[in-house]
Design a binder for this molecule. Structure first.
Ligand code: CS2
Length: 498
């Protein structure tokens, strides 16, 4: 039996569930990219808020949009939009049934429905989690990639968009022509100034089709920056089967996550917002310090552990964290190479934060695959590893760059697409073919580093600073190739820790 409105009433095990009447929800938020992360994060905060039933609660239902596959729609449709979040932490396991998503639509099939909903007066906010590559931009420059095939297609046919930016601009064009107020665009992806990025590319896109629309967007649309944080691994069939055993109900849309949850939002909405601060969301003037902290300490460490851990044969982050050398490497990275480049916001306990991160990574309840975090490296490295590297190099005194170099080398070794035993794997990266070719194991390590460092789409136009670390990266890459990660770390860690 599937979880849905009817079977919800038959549940024998008592589980927290929506206390609000879901049939009264109206769409106030359209969410683009309704994956596991959205369901465990923004939708979970909104669900908690709806449970408070504040005077305007009915206005904040969420319509989810999938820009790619119909899988989530199919999972959620059969369940009337209900799904379970399983939280696993030190205190055990907690289940909660969520109800804020009333409908899931598919870009390719429901385009007109989606655009009219985005252009409706009741829609106040478009939230986005489309991952780094979903912005179709050049991470090196922050500009829209005008040669991206889907952007080319959207610019040729802007009223029938496929991309996130295409949908936003098409919907804003409708609002402008109908004389309606703009919605707020709230990007919730792991990019340094996610609000500034989506604003920039929306305006660049609009300029190509109608400069007056670009100007209207610049003057009327708010694009707040936001920091989002919750570890949400892709749901496994094993987790679904275990939950089914426990509840005797099948939930295809369930997500497994940790108990930790954090959302910091720049409070610059242009058309109203839910009172998310009532359920623990931090509304601030400036998100940048929180964002740098999170991208460099959490996501930077994640990438470091994912590449070294994957190459060492660890399937999950928690397994990698049980390796004493990897754990030490991660701690050193947080204390020095990355940690020295961040400034904690006022009242923020950095030491506690780092300790908590190690605990979160070690959570055995989360089967967070190193391969999942390793994907899309070309889109992640630019904001996770390069900013602390630049900052370390420009600092006077001791420049701690050794682990940043090691992380780059582990990524380059990973990009060969061949493991230590000769087994092959996919990089899952938009630049996969190019990176695999450039990182071929037969090539000289120095040539690999030169070739990859020359890519402006990853490293930007101003790449001279990289010369200062080239020999370090070559050193680690060479060692990883010849001796593997575990041996290299066992012998190299004392040297790194110096
Ligand atoms: C991870 C993030 O997959 C990845 O690249 O680093 O998804 C990470 O789990 C989240 O940002 C945690 O908030």
């Amino acid at each position: 039996m599937r979880l849905n409105n009817a079977t919800l009433k038959t549940l024998e095990t008592p589980i927290d569930q929506p206390s609000y009447d879901r049939s009264q929800l109206q769409t106030g938020i359209v969410h683009l990219g309704v994956g596991a992360f959205h369901r465990a994060h923004q939708a979970a905060y909104t669900d908690a808020l709806l449970n408070l039933q504040l005077p305007d609660w009915q206005s904040w239902g969420i319509t989810g949009v999938s820009l790619r596959s119909p899988a989530v729609r199919d999972q959620m449709h059969a369940q009337d939009g209900l799904y379970i979040v399983v939280e696993r932490g030190a205190g055990g396991e907690k289940l909660r049934i969520m109800g804020p998503i009333t409908e899931v639509l598919i870009a390719a099939q429901d385009r007109e429905h989606i655009l009219s909903l985005m252009a409706a007066t009741a829609t106040k906010i478009i939230t986005i989690t489309v991952t780094e590559k979903g912005y179709c931009h050049d991470p090196g420059s922050g500009n829209l990639n005008f040669s991206h095939p889907q952007i080319v297609a959207d610019l040729q046919n802007p009223t029938a968009p496929q991309t996130c930016v295409g949908f936003i601009v098409a919907a804003l064009a409708r609002r402008k022509s109908q004389g309606l107020a703009s919605f707020t665009v709230l990007s919730c992806d792991n990019l340094p100034d996610s609000g500034g990025l989506i604003r920039n590319i929306a305006i660049q896109f609009a300029e190509r089709i109608d400069p007056s629309l670009a100007q209207w967007i610049a003057e009327n649309t708010a694009f707040p920056n936001a920091m989002i944080d919750r570890i949400v691994p892709a749901t496994t069939d094993e987790a679904r089967a275990a939950l089914q055993q426990q509840l005797t109900l099948r939930d295809e849309a369930m997500v497994v996550t940790e108990s930790f949850n954090q959302w910091v939002i720049q409070d610059t909405f242009c058309n109203g917002r839910p009172a998310w601060e009532k359920v623990g969301v931090l509304m601030v003037d400036d998100v940048a310090p929180y964002k740098a902290l999170k991208l460099r300490l959490l996501n930077g460490s994640h990438s470091l552990i994912a590449y070294t851990g994957f190459l060492a044969g660890y399937e999950t982050v928690s397994e990698a964290m049980s390796d004493k050398n990897l754990r030490q490497l991660c701690g050193l990275f947080m204390d020095r190479d990355a940690g020295e480049t961040v400034l904690a916001p006022e009242g923020f306990n950095l030491e506690e934060y780092k300790k908590q991160l190690i605990e979160r990574f070690s959570n055995p309840g989360l089967k967070h695959r190193t391969a999942q975090i390793a994907m899309d490296g070309s889109q992640k490295i630019p904001q996770r590893i390069l900013p602390p590297l630049r900052q370390q190099l420009s600092a006077t005194g001791n420049n701690h760059v050794q682990i940043l170099c090691l992380a780059l080398a582990a990524w380059l070794r990973f990009c060969a697409g061949v493991d230590q035993h000769g087994g092959t794997y996919s990089l899952n990266d938009p630049l996969e073919d190019k990176l695999k070719r450039l990182c071929d194991l037969q090539k000289d390590s120095s040539e690999v580093v030169d070739d990859v460092f020359a890519l402006p789409e990853i490293f930007g136009d101003d790449r001279d600073y990289l010369q200062a670390v080239k020999s370090n990266v070559v050193f680690w890459l060479d060692n990883f190739k010849r001796r593997g990660v575990l041996l290299t770390l066992a012998e190299g860690l004392p040297y790194v820790a110096e």
